[in-house]
Structures are given as structure tokens and as C-alpha cells.
Ligand binder design. Structure first.
Ligand code: GTP
Ligand code: MG
Length: 652
């Protein structure tokens, strides 16, 4: 299969995820059989399993037109179809961003979002929630012809009056001539589709890989969805240059605006210098060719301010040919394997690290809650046992004294319970306060205001003021939320400590939580808005206004998404600080009641001391066994998480 190294790395990654999931499932079953699962823990484990299952890896291909992005995708991923699957021709070929993936919930198909949707106020991600907006072409996955034919749709164009094109926000930054499109009788050619999703069960895609092919030439700048969402969220971006065209100004512009990441925000960026076969003219010596390639690679690296090792010289087209023909000598010459190796090594370990740490954090948390409960039970059983054993051979007065002692403890705790109830009240009020800032309602109100304001303004100043206020207010809301989060944390910390000191509850410290990453994400969106739109022009043309509105829609939908995540994470945190306290308080109360009960029964001689001691000893043994089991689950889970599985060996 093509992309062999990548397949094996991905398979290893998938099997690692599967292995971790198996451990979590076993732990979850054990919790249920031992009646240790409160609803909270179970929900958290289920969410963890779902996240592991849905985990995806996105590789994006970005470049000026005709550099060979689509051909590179064919060569790396789809050569085993024995043909060119994605269309790749001279001139502009891919006309719309194309996601290639496998979603088993949907039939194998090409889904296409019409370009006309650009005139409406919603982003591509929002349209993804409405399948009826998309044109669906079913494909027959057993036939390469059927696939290739369906893939041709990404080339589709339409001819429309220039005015209509502008209405869709196309050709605004430059004249059609600059955009290299011909105006014929006042009409221009525009893409027929705004976005394509190719859904088919290719083995790599089944492992969770998502490939993003993009159209060259300025299409990137006009589809905010790409710049704000798809590219920043890709796990690796391959930037493609071509040896025959060198590094042009537009190449550099795309690199600078859409691919480059400052070193403080590391993300995998790989540069490909394609079409090295243009030097294979049969006249130059191998040594000449090699030194020329080397010279060009160094040049690209220096222009893009990268290490030379980050630039991979390849021939995508010859690699595709070599794979189809099974010509290993030619394949070796194309350099494609070194590129694939680098791609797998960068992509998968980095991704695994993120998944590993997130999973470990969540699992450790759930496990330590269970451990705390078991330990509290154990301590209490041991104390009771010590008390009862001390009663052996003593008279009724001693039993009486013990009963009084336990009763005092119980009354004491019940007084603390009133405090706990009060805390719950404050907690609820604080939570409400938090969601007045962080809730979706607050956000929707803010967006409505801004939309109203910028629709109304005819002048750039108004639009700029509206956008500036929008960012400022959202930032303010996040900052307010962060304050409440700290308040809640401080309050819970004090309460944890108090119950630990006064009643010996084993609560540890409440989990820390911060909204910083959401604040940073907002910074990124704002920075992007500033570089793209906050120019000191006084007046916006009508078309620019359309684009600004559309841009706002995309920003707003990204902020909504950010809020949805922030809300979900905050809710999870709130539960994670309150739930252990609730369950331990309940546990402690129950334990005191049982203790009093058992001393009472002995006092009234309805039960013999020895029977009770035997009973408690049995409980103690069960608890020890459960703690041992728990440690085993924890050890196994960490071992699975830590395992750096070597890629499975290639099939012989
Ligand atoms: N000689 C040579 N030609 C190549 C190579 N890779 C791609 N090409 C040719 O370059 C042209 C453009 O390739 P595409 O794959 O369509 O390029 P793209 O970057 O996807 O271009 P757009 O879809 O228009 O953005 C096609 O004619 C390819 O056959 C290569 O390695 N060597
Ligand atoms: Mg293409």
C-alpha cells in the first residue's frame, strides 16, 4: 500500500488507543460490579471513551495553485487504486477546500456545499449541521472509476456576472486580472462548490486520518473557515513549493499569512519542494542534479527561515507513477519515502502525547476519587474494629461510654452538615454568577448586538468600533468568569481542608481549572481579524462590507464553538470539585450511623461482640481486595498509556 510507513504508524496509534480504551472499559465494568460507580464517574469514563473513539488526525496541504498538492495526496495516500484519484492538471484544478475522510455514519459519497451559500450569513461548519444544504453524490467504493469520476466534482466551475461573484465575496482583494481569471462579457468563472467532503472507507481514513486539500491562489484568503478553523486545527500542514517555479511572491504570502507559526506555538509544518523531476532531463549527471536540488532546498529554507531539514525535495508525479508501476528504483529517486517518514514521525507521536496526557489526567482523577472513598471506608472499619476489640471482656459501662462518644461525634458531624448545605447554596449562587458571564445566552446577546451594529454602519469606523467592542466585551466576560472560577476554587479549598481537619475526610485538594486557553484562543481570533480587516481605510466598498459581515459570521461561529467547549469543560470541573465532597460527606454520615448502630446492638445484647467483629473483618478484607484491584487497574492503565508501541511490522 502507498504511504506504507504512515499506515503502520497510524495502525500502531489506533491499536494503542484501542488498548487504552479496553483498560478503561474493564475499569468501568469493575466499578459497576462493585457498586462503586457514582453517576459522575461513569459519565466521565464514558466521555473519555467517546473522545478516544472519535479521535482524528488532520493533515492539510496548502500551496499556491499548480504546485502539486493534489498529486502529492494521490501519491502518498491513494496510489493503490492504480490511477490518479484526485484530479491534477495544469492551471487551477482544485476549486474548493476538500476534506477527505471516513465517517461510518454516512454512505460513501461526495458531499458538496454550493458556492451560493457564501451569500448567506453562516460558516461552513454551521452548514455541516444541515445535510439538506449539501448536494450528495453517492460513490461506488469498489470501483476506482466511480471514485475518480466523483472526485472530478472538486474542479467544477460556473460562469456568473462579475457582480454576482462579488456578491459572494469573491475577487474583492484584487481585480479579476490579478486573480488570473478572464472576464468574458462581464462574466467570470467561479467555483461551483464552496466546500467538498469526500467520504470513503479507505484504510488510512478508517484509522481516523483526515486529509485536507485546498485550492491555490487566493481562495484561502476568501474562505475564512480555512484560516480560522481548518488550518489552525490541523495537526500537520504540508506547504508545497515547486522547483520549476521557485519561491514566488505569492508563495511567500501564503506561507506568511496561512502556514507559518511562530516558534512559541509549535505545530507541525513541513515544506515540500515538488517537481524535482524537472531536472531529470537525461543530459545532466546525477551529481549535477543532486547538487542543484540541494542548492534549491537550501534556498527555500533560507527564504522561509527554516532549518534545511524541514524541506523535503520530492517528485509527486513520478512517485505516483512509480507506485502504480511497482518501480522501486524510480520510487527511491522521488524522495517521497523520506517525506512520509517525517510526516508520520511528527504527526503521530505529538498527537499521542496530547491524547495521552488528557486521558491520564481524567482517569487519574476518577481513580483517586474511588480510592479516597475506599480508603475512608477502610479507616472507618478499622477504627470500629479497634473500638470493638477493646470492648472484649469489658463491662456494660465501657460500652455505654463508647456509645456516648460515637453519639457526640455524630452530632458534631451533623452540625457540620448544616455548614455543608450552606456551602452548597453559595456554590449554586457562584455557579449562576459564572454562567451569566460564560453562558451561551450572554454570548448570543453580545453577537446580536454586534451584528446589529455592524450591519447598520456604512463606514469602516463603525464596523471597526463594533468589532473592537465585541472582542473587548467577550474578553471581559472571560476575565470575569476567571475571577469567579478562582473564588469557587478558594471556597472549595477551604471547605475541603475544614472537613479534613475536623472529621478526617480524605479530600486532598480540589482540581485546578483555568480559562486561560480560551482567552488565548480569543486572542488568536482577534489577532487574525486585525491583520486581515483592521486596515486604516476610511470607507469600505459594498463588497468589502459583505466580506466583513461574512467574516464576522465566521468569527462569531468560532467564538460560539470556543464558548461551547469552555462551558462543557467548566461544567465538568464544577462537578469534579463538588462530587467528591458530596460522596464523602454522604459516606461519612452513613458510617457514623452504622457505627452507632453496631455499638447499640452490642449494648442491648442483640448481637454478640464476636459476630460483629467477624462481620467487620470480612468487610475489611473486601475493602483491601478492592484497593488492590484498583491499584492493578491504575498500573495497567498507566502501562498502556505509556507504551510507545513500535509500528506493527509490515505484512510479509
Ligand atoms: N513534473 C512534475 N509535474 C508535477 C508534479 N506534481 C504535479 N505536477 C503537475 O503539476 C500540475 C499541477 O498539479 P496539481 O496536483 O493539480 O496541483 P495543485 O497544487 O493541486 O493545484 P490546484 O488544485 O490548482 O491548487 C499538474 O499538471 C501535475 O501533473 C511533479 O512532481 N513533477
Ligand atoms: Mg489541487
Amino acid at each position: 500500500m502507498s504511504g506504507d510507513g504512515l499506515v503502520r504508524h497510524l495502525q500502531a496509534y489506533t491499536s494503542w488507543r484501542g488498548d487504552v480504551a479496553t483498560r478503561i472499559k474493564a475499569f468501568r465494568r469493575w466499578l459497576a460490579t462493585n457498586e462503586l460507580a457514582d453517576g459522575q464517574a461513569d459519565l466521565r469514563l464514558q466521555a473519555l471513551l467517546e473522545r478516544l473513539d472519535e479521535d482524528r488526525l488532520t493533515v492539510a496541504f496548502v500551496a499556491e495553485f499548480s504546485r502539486g498538492k493534489s498529486e502529492l495526496i494521490n501519491a502518498i495516500f491513494f496510489a493503490d487504486y492504480g490511477r490518479r484519484l484526485l484530479p491534477s492538471t495544469t492551471g487551477r484544478t482544485t476549486m474548493c477546500p476538500t476534506e477527505i475522510l471516513w465517517d461510518p455514519e454516512k454512505p460513501p459519497s461526495v458531499q458538496l456545499l454550493p458556492i451560493e451559500t457564501r451569500a448567506r450569513h453562516a460558516s461552513t461548519s454551521e452548514f455541516k449541521r444541515y445535510p439538506d444544504e449539501w448536494t450528495l453524490l453517492p460513490v461506488d467504493v469498489t470501483s476506482g472509476d466511480s471514485l475518480a469520476a466523483a472526485f472530478q466534482e472538486v474542479r467544477a466551475t460556473r460562469r456568473v456576472p462579475l457582480e454576482e461573484a462579488k456578491h459572494y465575496g469573491l475577487f474583492l482583494d484584487e481585480t479579476p486580472e490579478e486573480a488570473a481569471v478572464e472576464v468574458v462579457d462581464g462574466t467570470v468563472e467561479i467555483p461551483r462548490w464552496r466546500h467538498a467532503i469526500i467520504n470513503f472507507p479507505h484504510p488510512l481514513l478508517q484509522q481516523g486520518l483526515v486529509i485536507l486539500d485546498t485550492p491555490g491562489l487566493n481562495a484561502i484568503g476568501t474562505e475564512p473557515e480555512l484560516t480560522l478553523n481548518l488550518l489552525p486545527n490541523a495537526h500537520a500542514v504540508l506547504f508545497v513549493l515547486a522547483l520549476d517555479t521557485g519561491v514566488s511572491r505569492s508563495d511567500i504570502a501564503i506561507w506568511r499569512d496561512h502556514v507559518y507559526r511562530p516558534p512559541t506555538r509549535p505545530a507541525s509544518r513541513i515544506v515540500v519542494l515538488n517537481k524535482i523531476d524537472s531536472l531529470w532531463d537525461g543530459l545532466r549527471s546525477e551529481a549535477d542534479i543532486a547538487s542543484e536540488v540541494e542548492r534549491q532546498v537550501s534556498y527555500c529554507a533560507s527564504v522561509l527561515a527554516l532549518d534545511r531539514e524541514r524541506v523535503f525535495p520530492v517528485s509527486a508525479q513520478k512517485a505516483l507513477v512509480a507506485r502504480i508501476a511497482g518501480d522501486d528504483a524510480l520510487l527511491a529517486r522521488t524522495g517521497i519515502e523520506a517525506l512520509e517518514q517525517a510526516l508520520s514521525l511528527e504527526l503521530i507521536p505529538a498527537k499521542r502525547e496530547i491524547v495521552r496526557e488528557a486521558t491520564r489526567g481524567e482517569l487519574t482523577d476518577v481513580m483517586s476519587n474511588v480510592r479516597a472513598i475506599l480508603e475512608a471506608r477502610l479507616v472507618s472499619v478499622q477504627e470500629q474494629l479497634a473500638e470493638l476489640r477493646a470492648l472484649r471482656g469489658k463491662n456494660l459501662d465501657v460500652v455505654d461510654a463508647l456509645m456516648r462518644k460515637v453519639r457526640i461525634e455524630k452530632d458534631d458531624f451533623e452540625r457540620s452538615l448544616a455548614r455543608f448545605q450552606a456551602l452548597r447554596g453559595v456554590f449554586a449562587r457562584q455557579t449562576n454568577r459564572l454562567f451569566t458571564h460564560l453562558g451561551m445566552d450572554a454570548l448570543n446577546e453580545e453577537s446580536k448586538q454586534t451584528v446589529y451594529e455592524i450591519r447598520r454602519s456604512q463606514f469602516t469606523a463603525g464596523v471597526r468600533a463594533g468589532m473592537a467592542r465585541y472582542f473587548k466585551n467577550i474578553r471581559g466576560q472571560l476575565a470575569e468568569s476567571a475571577v469567579v472560577v478562582t473564588d469557587i476554587h478558594t471556597m472549595m479549598e477551604a471547605m475541603y481542608r475544614r472537613f479534613a481537619d475536623e472529621h478526617g475526610l480524605r479530600l486532598g485538594t480540589p482540581t485546578r481549572f483555568s480559562l486561560l486557553r480560551y482567552q488565548k484562543e480569543l486572542d488568536r481570533l482577534e489577532e487574525h481579524y486585525r491583520t486581515q480587516f483592521d486596515t486604516p481605510l476610511n470607507l469600505l466598498t459594498n463588497e468589502k462590507m459583505t466580506l466583513t459581515h461574512k467574516f464576522f459570521e465566521t468569527v462569531a461561529s468560532q467564538v460560539r464553538r470556543l464558548y461551547r467547549y469552555a462551558n462543557r469543560e467548566t461544567e465538568r470541573w464544577l462537578r469534579s470539585v463538588m462530587a467528591p465532597m458530596e460522596s464523602q460527606v454522604r459516606e461519612h454520615q452513613l458510617m457514623l450511623r452504622r457505627r452507632l448502630e453496631s455499638v447499640k446492638r452490642i449494648h442491648q445484647a442483640t448481637e454478640t461482640l464476636e459476630d460483629r467483629v467477624a462481620e467487620l473483618s470480612a468487610v475489611e478484607r473486601t475493602l483491601w481486595a478492592q484497593l488492590t484491584d484498583l491499584e492493578r487497574f491504575a498500573r495497567d492503565a498507566h502501562r498502556s498509556l505509556d507504551r510507545d508501541q513500535p509500528p506493527v511490522a509490515a505484512a510479509a
